[in-house]
Design a protein around this ligand. Sequence first.
Ligand code: FEO
Length: 409
Amino acid sequence: MPLQVADGVFWVGAIDWNVRSFHGYTYTTPRGTTYNAYLVLGDEPALVDTVAPGFEDEMMGRIRELIDPARIRYLIANHGEVDHSSAIPHVLAQAPEARLICSRKGTESLGAYYPQLWDFQVVDTGDHLDLGGKTLSFIEAPMLHWPDSMFTYVQEERLLLPNDAFGQHLATSQRFADQVESWQLWDEAARYYANILAPFSRMVLRKLDEVARSGLEIATIAPGHGVIWRENPGQILEAYRRWATGEAKERVVIAYETMWGSTEKVARALAEGVADEGVEALLRGLPMADRTEVVKELLEAKGLLVGSSTHNQRILLNVAAFMEDLKGLRFTNKIAAAFGSHGWAGGAVAQLEEGLREAGLDVMTSDLAVRWAPSAEDLERAREFGRRFAREVRQALAEPVAAHHGTEA
Ligand code: FEO
């Protein structure tokens, strides 16, 4: 069934209950997702975004319950990524008079994915489209999530359709944020920000400021994934501001991988030391702990301790993957340190410290490269380092947050 989001605006997307990974396998989606498309019924109907491959019929069925798809006059592609655009050729085949509207950058991504399309109508920030009874306006939003991203705003309904921004990977039969469990909603919203938008935090802040300055009234935010924010949509804007500025808690994530248990013993001793100071310690052994989840937990943590055994003079593979996550996500305003163990030859701790610096974290040098099995003295040294690290975390939280240095478009 299509579902009314606002007067004359309907959700006509699809629910992907079973998808368990996104962006290849970089993002696990234990609760599935939705691909949200919206039909705006002005005198000339407009469809905003489409769905992922395999969900075309589900979307077209919902549209058909409302109108003959041949009546669609405009197809707005807010973003070229395939999960939102793959049904565009399908829609245009059934709506031959529809004009395809996208950002200037959108012509590049859409033109490459769908070379059969060529007749784009480009819009810039501030452009309007009168549908007759409904007016759309457009706001370019580069890097939220890609350079081609833009928001569509339905003026009469004060409804923002921001595509990837403010979404969650959450499959549910409910369509509105106030209908789902709050803990689940915020867990998925944070997981989504941490794993998708964190590298672009500077752009997020700029866009939030721009929207605030423009005086745009927003009654509802209907993103491209997950549920719709209709009650107090400001709460997700505020959360994005907190996450983008790197606001954090007295929390230390301890992520590690161990061969024969020595690195894990050091990790546990570190956790004890952190907890001794009254700071929360989250011990996360990889790969038993899911990397996407660890990244989410790190979003609001001030400290990160990463450990690995040395194997063939390198760090272990699951920690290596986690380090690649960190380098791409570019969290800032966090303190980090490395630890590990080795047998005949070491190297993991130095490599981890180098990787943490490359990821943009403030690194505290440790002396926690343990040979063979940790002795009682080694473990006490780790506990003491954990205490010292926790105190650093607390002290850093008392200082003003430094400017975030996310990626420019
Ligand atoms: Fe949901 Fe950037 O695609």
